[in-house]
Design a protein around this ligand. Structure first.
Ligand code: ATP
Ligand code: MG
Length: 860
């Protein structure tokens, strides 16, 4: 049985048990606070929480998953991947433990035909019910291992649905004394967890009590890679038919065999894993960037490239592997087949870019190393490594490797210090809000608090009641002087959504002030304020919430501008132009869109002008609320496959644009004041980005340019209209002068050579010694060439100095003396580096070569 048969067999088996088969959902979940779909249950969450009605109470899927918390494991364990497939059967308030375990046993024994005596299970220590069921199915008590809360009790958060779980292990058999005594849960090799069954039966209350759920749920997950490794009888997931073709492709590209060394095994496993992950992520529209999902993708690509370097793969290769991934998986996941050429171009571009970064960085590092070598030191400062990392983007591992090769080290403490202070800065700028959000279950908060009413379209201030306080990931009843999160029954603060940043502002109560740094909506309908509390507050307090109005107004200017930009782009380049992402901040935006071909600089100015004309016409901006299908008839653009609720908001800039949008907008385009666009950049193949400024930021931008012109006028002593001609004039003058200088130099040199006088005789042959003082080796070679013309016989010894290094050249004019021999004689006294042949020999020395010494050596 191969992986394909297992995958299909699983779905078919559960179909015969009344389950509805659903296609795998995207790796990018609907829930904006989750990075990726990390389990089969994730896309079904709203069914489990009762927020939506499921199409069936029994569902089965094979879900593609990405787990970022396992990245460091990948390559190091035989069973962890970043991308993997999870086979799952789900009961939404339908069957429970009894059937779930019966189904699992039947599938394992009758379909997979695994021997029963190889099966072990773990249970939650207090879940005796489950223990009895396993025993009934013939698993003896000694193979049922009870574990504690952190292993076998599943919780979504501090409150809300939760329950015990039970995991099924396969015993590969002990191969040594130590393994004889191992147990599931604490074994590296012998016991492999392959299937996890979760029994959601409680609703945890704020006081910690477990209230039985009226409708209990089942959620299971079996890793396809792991079960395939068991069925195919191999030692690791990577040796299964799911990975071997990729590994064989890597062997071919690198010329290294998989089992060559521990290093090659580790590298090829990681590369094969990452090749799958990046192919699937790009197919689900993630593009490499420095934020969130795009950052994870970028990290995976770079990590794969680093492993690549350890097996001689220094040129882009992932884009080649993605084809093998596509061939392997395209039948099951058509997106990796249909979009292959797009996937390959994104990968190739990112790989090429990173290679350039590495080359630039290593070039810089080489120069630093040279400098320190000259000083006779073997440790470079941590600042250099930090600069490489922070500014040039070179990973520390690469720098460390390069240093190791030349026997260098760096000041690690200093590096860590710089890294920490940078992290601190990041924390202070409060992008830490994301880390905050990850630790809390907001589904549970929402269940307890209900939906938060948003009044921010109509007003920027309101009085509201405090419903929930979250400090350090815990829900608390009161708090004093701390960072934290406040949730009210209603709010005028706009939560980050659809590219528009969250509002900031201030919340005041009787005994406290809360400075709002950011506003987020971790789950639909739940707006949370993230910030710093001064004073004390408790649940139930009444407070007045006020949004920073100036900032909000600037955000509106930017947001409406993106709609106008989109409309104008579509007018110029056609209706197939579509927004591919955007970010709207105060008086600042970026707008990504699909675009093929070249974008002429002039084109941008035309578009910018047209936008400003629309601004000046002071067009009305109307907000319409209507059913989704009406909005389509109305001609509104909707760009995302989001599940829009029944009723949608359409923003109409009269006569210019109609777009579905939940954001905040100016009432008349005249409020925008001014729009300035930057020249487009390419962010991925086929995707361009235009950044823009509005209002006062646009004005400041232009003013700075004007100031710059004044500075240039003063420094070049001319007027604005003559700046270009003046700069051209200066450049051509410089060229002329350079030519003249070169001419003079060679005349001078000629003069020197013609007038050289014999310094001494060596073995009866005349030798001319001359110190040119300033000059490079190249200059000395020129002088030697001239000597051949004017001097005819004997040998020359020339020296010069440049940038602290001295050079020496020995050249013969008539082949009577060996230049190399003379250089060797000089080397005995002056510690030169260098060599050559009979005719010409040259060397260098970090210091000064004393010409008298040289003359003495030759007996002059
Ligand atoms: P482990 O302890 O081995 O990391 P887990 O407890 O994190 O596993 P679950 O969250 O219970 O795993 O996921 C259910 C199943 O999904 C596991 O039994 C396993 O078969 C599979 N699985 C989980 N994480 C990974 C991964 N990183 N790579 C491959 N398969 C995985
Ligand atoms: Mg895990």
């Amino acid at each position: 049985m191969n992986s394909k048969e297992i995958r299909e067999g699983f779905l078919k088996y559960f179909e015969t048990k009344g389950h509805l088969r659903l296609k795998s959902f995207s790796l990018v979940p609907q829930d904006p606070t989750l990075l990726f779909t990390a389990a089969g249950m994730v896309p079904l969450k709203s069914y489990f929480l009762g927020e939506e009605i499921p199409p069936s109470r029994r569902i089965t899927t094979v879900q593609k998953c990405v787990r970022t918390n396992d990245i460091e494991n990948v390559g190091n364990t035989p069973r962890h991947h970043t991308f993997f497939e999870m086979l799952g059967n789900f009961s939404i308030g339908d069957y429970f433990k009894e059937e779930a375990i019966a189904f699992a046993m039947e599938f394992i024994l009758d379909f997979l035909k695994l021997p029963k005596e190889r099966l072990w299970v773990t249970i939650y220590k207090d879940d005796l019910e489950t223990k009895e069921i396993w025993k009934k199915h013939g698993i003896p008590e000694e193979r049922i291992i009870p574990l504690g809360e952190e292993d076998n009790f599943w919780m979504m958060g501090p409150v809300g649905p939760c329950g015990p779980c039970s995991e099924i292990y396969y015993d590969r058999g002990a191969i040594n004394e130590k393994e004889e005594h191992e147990l599931p849960g604490s074994s590296e090799r012998r016991f492999l967890e392959f299937w996890s069954l979760v029994f959601t039966q409680y609703d945890r209350q704020i006081d910690g009590t477990l209230k039985p759920l009226p409708r209990k749920n089942i959620d299971t997950g079996m890793g396809l890679e792991r079960i395939t490794s068991i069925i195919e009888g191999v030692d690791s997931d990577f040796e299964t038919d799911l990975f071997m073709p990729i590994i064989e492709h890597i062997e071919k590209l690198s010329g290294v065999s998989y089992k060559n060394s521990d290093r090659s095994i580790r590298a090829m496993r990681a590369i094969a894993d990452h090749a799958r992950a990046v192919t699937f992520l790009i197919a689900d529209h993630v593009i490499p960037s420095n934020e969130k999902r795009g950052y994870v993708l970028r990290r995976l690509i770079r990590r794969a490239m680093l492993f690549g370097r350890s097996i001689n793969l220094t040129e882009p290769f992932l884009y080649k592997l993605s084809e093998t991934v596509s061939n392997l998986m395209g039948d099951i996941y058509p997106e990796v087949k249909e979009d292959l050429s797009y996937i390959q171009s994104v990968l190739k571009e990112e790989e090429t870019k990173f290679n350039t970064t590495l080359k630039d960085g290593l070039y810089y590092l080489d120069n630093v190393i040279e400098d320190y070598k000259k000083k006779g030191e073997k440790e470079i400062p941590g600042d250099v490594v930090f600069y490489l990392y922070d500014t040039l983007g070179v990973p520390v591992e690469i720098t460390e490797l390069a240093l190791k090769e030349v026997g260098f080290t760096y000041n690690k403490e200093r590096f860590e210090e710089l890294l920490e202070s940078q992290r601190e800065k990041a924390r202070a700028s409060f992008k830490g809000s994301e880390a905050f959000l990850e630790r809390v279950s907001f589904g549970a908060v929402k269940n307890a608090v209900g939906s938060v009413e948003f009044v921010g379209y109509e007003t920027l201030e309101t009085v509201a009641t405090l419903k929930s306080i979250i400090v350090d990931g815990n829900i608390v009843n009161s708090a004093t002087d701390t960072d934290g999160i406040l949730v009210f029954d209603k709010t005028p603060f706009y939560a980050e959504k659809g590219g528009q940043v969250g509002d900031t502002g201030i919340i005041k109560g009787e005994n406290f002030e809360f400075e709002v740094y950011d506003t987020q909506a971790p789950v639909e309908g739940l707006t949370v304020h993230i910030g710093k509390l001064n004073g004390s507050t408790k649940v139930g307090d009444i407070a007045s919430l006020s949004v920073d109005a100036l900032r909000r107004q600037a955000i509106k200017r930017a947001h409406t501008s993106t709609h106008i930009l989109q409309a104008v782009l579509r007018k110029h380049f056609g209706e197939n132009i579509m927004q591919q992402g955007s970010e709207v901040k105060d008086d600042e935006f970026r707008f990504d869109f699909n675009f093929q071909g070249t974008f002429e600089p002039e084109e941008l100015f035309r578009i910018e002008k047209e936008i400003n004309e629309i601004v000046l016409k002071n067009k009305k901006v109307n907000v319409h609320v209507m059913p989704f299908n009406k909005a389509k008839e109305f001609g509104a653009l909707a760009f995302f496959e989001e599940k829009y609720g029944d009723v949608v908001r359409v923003i109409e800039v009269e006569g210019v644009s109609k777009e579905l949008c939940g954001g905040t907008h100016v009432s008349n385009t005249g409020e925008i004041g001014l729009v300035v666009l930057m020249q487009p950049k390419t962010v991925a193949s086929g995707i361009k980005r235009i950044e823009g400024l509005t209002g006062l930021k646009a004005y400041d931008f232009l003013t700075n340019k004007r100031k710059l012109i004044t500075v240039l006028e003063n420094s070049l002593k001319t007027q604005e209209d003559k700046l270009v001609s003046k700069s051209e004039e200066i450049q051509s003058k410089v060229k002329e002068l350079e030519k003249e200088l070169a001419n003079l130099k060679s005349k001078l040199l000629e003069g020197v050579i013609r007038n050289l006088e014999e310094t001494l005789k060596f073995k009866g042959t005349p030798i001319y010694v001359y110190d040119f003082k300033e000059g490079t080796l190249n200059d000395l070679r020129k002088a030697y060439d001239l000597s051949k013309k004017y001097l005819k016989e004997g040998s020359v010894i020339f020296t010069s100095k440049f940038n602290g290094t001295s050079f020496i050249l020995v050249g013969s004019l008539d082949d009577k003396l060996s230049s190399l021999e003379i250089l060797e004689m000089i080397k005995e006294v002056v510690s030169l580096k260098g060599g050559g042949n009979e005719r010409i020999a040259q060397g260098s020395f970090d210091g000064i070569i004393e010409i008298e010494k040289v003359i003495n050596i030759l007996g002059g």
